[in-house]
Every structure is written in structure tokens, then in C-alpha cells.
Design a protein around this ligand. Structure first.
Ligand SMILES: Cc1ncc(COP(=O)(O)O)c(C=O)c1O
Length: 471
């Protein structure tokens, strides 16, 4: 996520008024600044990576503040609001459960959790027929890593304990999830290499030469690190990499599936971002025509309250005995009710199909924007309703964090809500609207984004000769 802070100094901006976007004040809103400053005083610096707008209400694809501004949301609040913000069915389910006499009951059974667990295991393909509910995405990747290592030791003895993951990958911010992560800048606090965790190049990385994206390159990379297949307990991979929205080559994913089966290695797809319709399929891994042994889900599972899950093969999910794999808030009744209502909205309203259809329009629009700035926009990656627009410097190769940051800032000023740039050196503008987005809303957002790129690229191009002349 973003490593630059958005300014708290109000800047007068050109007013915007479209059917979906209204900006009528300076940004940030002067009256919001004391509240934003108070947050900055009480929270760690790490919490200042998002645009300085004070959310007051969020409905569908629209986010409002208290001062009459309205943004079209292309963040889904970090890929959570798949069914849209404030969805009535979800609110009703939360209110019904919250006003019942049951708010919490630990791992004692409750009906709300039972219904959700049944629905999730019905939605998931064979053999993912058991589910363990948790609270955050990082907990699910921790849990899947633990299950894979437990399985490895059982299947191949103590030496089968290595977790293989991919460069540029992200699986959360806790210890094992970061040991599996492939972003060195996030791991400087882990001062020693851990022999059980190795990363290899991500074959969906378009910057790699073709020879490095083959399955042979994967096994070669392991061999170069002195790792044999017999040592690998698990492979964890995001269904698409969150930092770039890049997918694996299909033939790679299929070869990986076979290799894992042949070597009794647990294949884990991290679907925390990709799940529940985001990629125009119910699960992102459907794009590969394979099914993992375990999959980690979170974010879009509820479109609202914190809840996550690991779905998996019964023989792996049952590795721990009664009381040995639990969590205090497992399947909280209110969170479970919210998730069930959300999943039913996604299924009943065919939001997966909407994501696929709107996604085609979104990529067509983004390609048009890219074609106007071919030297500064290297490519657009993604599928369904998730995209990464990759900004590069004038040399056409190095990521341009400044361009990405300024485009996000300009979009905010135009009423299009994005989160801070992501990806390799912060050069990626990430786009992920709620899956309920309409054709008209999508076109309105593309208009704003196109203008932002036109304006910022022109401004940067003017600044370069000016800076050179001043030297
Ligand atoms: C692919 C992936 N895995 C895991 C996580 C961690 O989820 P959480 O922030 O809920 O712990 C994230 C969060 O962005 C993610 O994108």
C-alpha cells in the first residue's frame, strides 16, 4: 500500500457535478481537517496512506462526506464491498442478529454460523467441502500455512516443511504471512532468513523474459535454492497478485496443480482479494481450470463486517483434533449473518456475471486511456472488476510512483475514489469498484480517470523541461 501521505492542507479544486460525482469544496474539506489531524495524532503513521476524505455514508457505489461531496467508489473499501456499500439485505441481517439476544458465543454452535458454513461449502467446488471461519485475511493465510506444514510433516516426515511462495506476493502482515510474502520492503523487520520459506519469481510478471515464466523455470528456481519437491509442504499463491492485478499463465497454474498432487504438496490459492465475484468468476482460481487443496477468503465475503475463512479438503481441514484449531471470534453470529446475506445477494443478483460484463467495458476504457499515454502507462492487468494500471517513468521501464500518486490525488479531486497506489515501487493505480456498478457509473468513472491521466501526464511533461532549464 501507499508509502506517501496525502496532504491535509485544503486545496481549491475545480467543482465537479455529474450524475454520480459532486465536488463542491476544497479538498480536503477545511472543516474535516481538525478530525483528520486528530486521527493523525492518535494513530500510527502507517494509517495515513489513504486519501484525506472523511467518509460519512456509503451506499452502493457512492461515498459521501458531511459537506455535500460525493465520490464514485472504485476502491470497494479495499475490495470488501462486492455487493455494494450499505446493502439493505446485509443491513437487515445484521440488525436482525444484533437485536436478537445473541451477540457472541465463541466456538459453541450457533445457527447463523451453521447456515453460513453450509452455504459456503455448497458454493465451493469439490473437494473444498470444509470451512473454518476466522476474522481477517492474514489469519486465513497463517492457518493455511500451518495446515500445509502439518500435512507435509505427516505425509513426508520432518523434512517436508518448506512453504514456497512468489516474489511480489502479499498474504497479510503477520509473521508467517509476511515470511510467505514476496515484497522485501515489508519484511525488513524480519532480520533472519527463515529456511522453511522460499520465494521464486512470479510467472505472471510481464517484466520477466518468457523463459522465466515457464513451469520449468519454477522447478529450476527451487533447485537453485537447494529445494527438492520432496521438501515442499505447500505452495501459496494469490489467485492474482494484489499489487499488480497480474494473473498466472494458465498452463503454469495447471502444471503447478499437477506437480503439487504428484508430490503430496498442498496447493493454496489466496483468494482474499479475488474471491466472491471480483474476477468475473465466483472464485478467481476458476480462470485456471484447477482447484486448490485450500483457499483463503476474506474481504468480499461479507461486503461489511470482519469475517474470513479457509475452505479446504476435509482430510487437510481435519488434521487438528477437537479444540486444537479455533479462534475466539470464529463465526461470530452477526458477522456470519452479514456474510450469508452478502453471498446470497452476489448469487441471486448474478453479480458475478455483472462483474464479467462491466469488466469488459472497464478494460476497453482503460486500454483507450493507456493508448493515449503509451510511454507512461506500460500496461493494464486484471480480469473482471479488478485492474492495475502500471505507470512508468519516461524511460518506459521503471515504475513511476509520482505519476500514480498524483493521478489518485486528482481522481479524488474529481470525485472518483481510489485508494493509494500499490504495487512494485508504488507505480500501480488499482481499480476495483463494487460488483453492482452500472454501465453508466462505470462510464462516468472512466471519464474522470481519463481526464486525470491527461492532466497529470501533461503537467509532468511541462515540469521536466522547466526543471532542466532551472539547472
Ligand atoms: C491477497 C491477500 N491476502 C491476505 C491479505 C490480508 O488480509 P487482512 O488485511 O484482512 O489481514 C490481503 C489484504 O490486503 C490480501 O490482499
Amino acid at each position: 500500500m501507499a508509502s506517501r501521505t496525502f496532504s491535509l492542507t485544503p486545496k481549491p479544486v475545480k467543482p465537479t457535478q455529474t450524475k454520480f460525482r459532486t465536488i463542491k469544496t476544497a479538498i480536503p474539506v477545511p472543516e474535516s481537517v481538525p478530525i483528520l489531524e486528530s486521527l493523525r495524532k492518535s494513530e500510527p503513521l502507517s494509517m495515513t496512506g489513504q486519501p484525506a476524505i472523511l467518509w460519512d455514508s456509503a451506499q452502493g457505489c457512492l461515498v459521501k462526506d458531511r459537506w455535500g461531496n460525493q465520490w464514485l467508489d472504485w476502491s470497494s473499501g479495499v475490495l470488501v464491498a462486492n455487493a455494494g456499500h450499505g446493502r439493505k439485505e446485509i443491513v437487515d441481517a445484521i440488525v436482525k442478529q444484533a437485536t436478537s439476544p445473541l451477540l457472541h458465543n465463541y466456538c459453541f454452535p450457533n445457527e447463523s454460523r451453521a447456515e453460513l458454513a453450509k452455504y459456503l461449502t455448497q458454493l465451493a467446488p469439490e473437494p473444498l467441502k470444509k470451512v473454518f471461519l476466522l476474522t481477517t485475511g492474514a489469519e486465513t493465510t497463517e492457518c493455511a500455512i500451518k495446515l500445509a506444514k502439518t500435512h507435509g510433516v505427516k505425509a513426508g516426515g520432518k523434512g517436508k516443511d518448506v512453504i514456497v511462495s512468489f516474489e511480489h506476493g502479499f498474504h497479510g502482515r503477520t509473521l508467517a504471512s509476511q515470511l510467505a510474502g514476496g515484497i522485501p520492503g515489508l519484511k525488513t523487520w524480519i532480520t533472519r532468513e527463515h529456511p522453511d520459506f522460499v520465494q521464486v519469481p512470479f510467472p505472471g510478471d510481464w517484466r520477466l523474459p518468457a523463459a522465466k515464466t515457464t513451469f520449468q523455470a519454477f522447478t529450476d528456481a527451487l533447485a537453485a535454492k537447494g529445494i527438492s519437491a520432496a521438501q515442499v509442504a505447500g505452495v501459496i499463491v494469490e489467485s492474482y497478485q494484489g499489487g499488480s492485478a497480474a494473473f498466472l499463465p494458465v498452463e503454469f497454474a495447471q502444471a503447478l496443480r499437477k506437480w503439487c498432487t504428484d508430490n503430496k504438496t498442498v496447493l493454496i490459492f489466496d483468494e482474499v482479494q479475488a474471491g466472491f465475484g471480483r474476477c468475473g468468476t465466483l472464485f478467481g482460481f476458476e480462470h485456471y481450470g484447477v482447484v486448490p487443496d485450500l483457499t483463503c477468503c476474506g474481504k468480499g465475503i461479507s461486503s461489511s463486517l470482519p469475517i474470513s475463512c479457509v475452505l479446504g479438503k476435509p482430510e487437510i481441514m481435519d488434521l487438528y483434533g477437537p479444540g486444537e484449531m479455533t479462534s475466539t471470534h470464529t463465526g461470530n453470529p452477526i458477522c456470519s449473518a452479514a456474510a450469508l446475506a452478502n453471498l446470497k445477494v452476489i448469487v441471486n443478483e448474478k453479480l458475478v456475471a455483472n462483474a464479467a460484463a462491466r469488466g469488459e467495458e472497464m478494460f476497453a476504457g482503460l486500454e483507450k486511456i493507456r493508448a493515449k499515454h503509451p510511454s507512461r502507462l506500460a500496461c493494464v492487468k486484471g480480469k473482471g472488476l479488478v485492474a492495475g494500471v502500471h505507470c512508468v517513468q519516461a524511460n518506459g521501464a521503471d515504475p513511476d510512483a509520482d505519476l500514480a500518486f498524483r493521478v489518485v490525488e486528482r481522481c479524488i479531486e474529481k470525485g472518483l475514489l481510489l485508494f493509494g497506489p500499490v504495487g512494485f515501487k508504488g507505480g500501480t493505480v488499482k481499480i476495483c469498484p463494487p460488483l453492482v456498478i452500472s454501465k453508466e457509473e462505470l462510464a462516468d468513472g472512466l471519464q474522470a480517470m481519463g481526464e486525470a491521466f491527461d492532466e497529470i501526464v501533461a503537467e509532468i511533461e511541462k515540469e521536466v523541461p522547466a526543471a532542466a532549464a532551472a539547472r
